[in-house]
Design a protein around this ligand. Sequence first.
Ligand SMILES: [Zn+2]
Ligand SMILES: [Zn+2]
Length: 337
Amino acid sequence: MLLYHKFAQAGLSSAAAQGIIKLMSMQVQHDAPARFPVDLHTHTSASDGSDTPAELVAEARRRGVVVLGITDHDSVAGLDAALDAGRAQGIEIVPGVELSIANQPERDFMELHLLGYGIDHHEPALVAALQRAAEARLEQKLASVRKLQSLGFDVPEAEVLALAGAGVLGRAHIAQVALARNPGRFRDAEQIFREYISPGGLAYVPRAHQIVLEEGIQLILQAGGAPVLAHPASYRQVRQPAAMVRRAAALGIAGLESRYPYDKTRPHFGAGASEPADLISYYSDLGRSLGLGMTGGSDYHGRRKNVALGEQGLTLEEYAAWREYAGAVRRPRSRRE
Ligand SMILES: [Zn+2]
Ligand SMILES: [Zn+2]
């Protein structure tokens, strides 16, 4: 009972608190307990993660992650199934999305990702914008595949599409097929990302239509969510990240994803042990100084990325602080009276 109060004080829903207490009393064997009980950045098979929403929720339960933010790239298609599984498994699901933002070199906004948390994922304007984004994204990825083919690599379009299935086709799908089909020609998927399919890469093709940052912020607020700038230290093309974050804050982002596994993720793959910690403390301080809420997550992609669920994230106390903060910045949904 004491434990239950502690969770309640930390702002955890009663379903999530009951879930973790049940988990502890059953003494379930965790594969390896997660470092953080709150992971607010994860991908499912609705975008380019390998786990279905239900599998992701099961993984959260196995590892002791009790609050799970689901943030598929430009898609909310996994959220209904995730919310159902979360209710059944006693895991609190934070419905989210990760929007790809249009490049604006003059503002130093390059390849930005905007997270939205606590969204009404059936809100019509958001659904329509995601549909347009999905079409543009598909065209871009297929153009990238054709470019890889013209460079002499065996990357069948049908295989890449089949791998994405009903999900959003992503670079991770392209990399997986290219790696499997061209033995000996790539060291690993990271190399394919870096040298071929990331901006500046040999097979990179820019997207024809994308939303700009103001539009993304507006869409998320309109859907009742809180907009958060993702992984501020991972934008290789941004020349002055701190100034860019300040400009984004002035446009109305509510939070900054300060906790992120920079050592596991391009372009910081292979960073020394001290570098990610330095980046995390630097952006935590910057966010605080700008009055932004702090979020964090692993950017888990299942088998498609070498990162474990809950490897980065928030403590229960930090999550409670974020919820309180996000609740204050979120506007009432437009459709409510
Ligand atoms: Zn991202
Ligand atoms: Zn992500």
